[in-house]
Design a protein around this ligand. Structure first.
Ligand code: GMT
Length: 371
């Protein structure tokens, strides 16, 4: 099949999944065309049957803000016609599903539209009164809609009362790339005997990165440890300031944005994700695939990913004390840590490996082509 994929190309879970899906589909013999304003961050620059079409925006003295939704729709329509696309698969409803709807109108229905909802497109952006009705329209006008967790499917139904069913297709991970690693890689980050904790996100307020720092400060009072903070965003200066205030700055490494995420995850003993909200928590899943147990908030779709007490531990949002205690329970008992690590990896292999999930998207594309 010929699939067009649109996503935010910047650092974030929806862009990561869109890129990983494109790679998987191209490996399975489909032709994949990414349409966005920049190359998605996880895409290789070249791979057979993987193409990138850049959306050019136009500035004009009359436009105070450069429009994107319309040029994106125009590009989607052009690529559909030039390449004979079967499906436009858009990730994150706003504005991508609106552009896809316009593109389908422009090519007189020659292409089908699949919208995958990821999280804040429903829970934050879409529910803003200024965007609510257009988000509902975008959902209703798609030929099929998927959500990345049952939690998100339910939130979407309750918030938008869509006139169509929403299918749950969970996020996935390539467990061959995200796999447990070797001891030697740890030496670049920690001294022998030190434990390594990891956080990865786009450092937005919803990630509660200051909780990460506070949890680590408590853990370090009991065990020698390093904290790797991977990613960047608005909350980074606040987190750095807090690390200085708590006198742990020497032990917290702010690594900014990194390309080799599997390489970093492999070195960790524990992954921290104390988010305010998380419709799925892709970073937690990737850590689990590397055999890293997770300490996270009991919120949104996270309980669908992490089995509390089996592959990690879940606590109420903001329960820094509980999360630190949980982290210490895991880190101070090596056989227990090993059991959780194995269970985390096994959960990914049983339920979230690309080989289980990508065929679900392929089946959906085929259904779309048939009706
Ligand atoms: O919705 C967002 O915050 C952005 C989005 C992204 O692009 O990072 O994250 C969401 O989608 C991810 C991939 O499906 C999920 O793993 C994240 O849980 C989800 N973020 C939130 O719900 C806050």
């Amino acid at each position: 099949m010929k699939i067009g994929i649109t996503c935010y190309p910047t650092y974030g879970g929806s862009g990561a999944i869109a890129a990983e899906l494109g790679i998987q589909l191209s490996q399975r013999g489909h032709q994949v065309h990414f349409i966005s304003y920049a190359l998605p961050f996880r895409l290789p620059t070249f791979r057979q049957d993987l193409y990138f079409h850049q959306v050019e925006t136009m500035s004009y003295p009359l436009f105070e803000h450069t429009p994107y939704t319309i040029p994106l729709a125009a590009k989607m329509a052009d690529v559909t016609q030039a390449e004979g696309l079967d499906v436009l698969h858009v990730h994150y409803a706003i504005p991508h599903a609106v552009s896809a709807f316009l593109a389908r109108e422009a090519v007189e229905g020659q292409v089908k539209v699949l919208t995958t909802l990821h999280g804040t497109d429903i829970t934050l952006v879409g529910t803003d009164p200024s965007l609510r009705s257009i988000t509902r329209l975008a959902i209703n006008m798609s030929d099929q809609v998927t959500a990345v967790s049952s939690y998100l499917e339910q939130r979407t139904r309750e918030t938008f009362h869509p006139n169509r069913p929403i299918r749950v297709i969970p996020n996935f991970v390539d467990s061959a790339r995200f796999r447990p690693g070797q001891e030697e890689a740890r030496h670049g980050f920690a001294r022998p005997g030190e434990r390594i904790l990891l956080h990865l996100s786009n450092f937005r307020p919803v990630k509660r990165v200051t909780d990460v720092i506070r949890i680590f400060a408590k853990v370090r009072q009991e065990v020698p440890a390093k904290l790797l903070m991977v990613g960047d965003g608005v909350e980074r200066p606040t987190a750095q300031y807090l690390a200085r205030e708590l006198n742990i700055e020497k032990h917290v490494l702010f690594l900014s944005r990194q390309d080799d995420i599997p390489g970093l995850m492999k070195v960790a003993d524990l992954f921290l994700l104390p988010s305010e909200q998380e419709s799925f928590g892709l970073a937690a899943l990737e850590a689990m695939s590397c055999g890293v147990p997770v300490i996270a908030s009991q919120v949104g779709g996270l309980p669908e990913v992490i089995e509390d007490g089996v592959s990690g531990f879940l606590y109420p949002v903001g329960d820094v004390e509980g999360m630190a205690e949980g982290a210490l329970r895991v880190l101070m008992n090596e056989p227990f840590h090993r059991r959780l690590a194995q269970a985390a990896r096994q959960r990914v292999l049983d339920h979230f490996d690309a080989s289980h999930i990508v065929p679900q998207y392929e089946a959906l594309y085929r259904d779309l082509l048939e009706y």
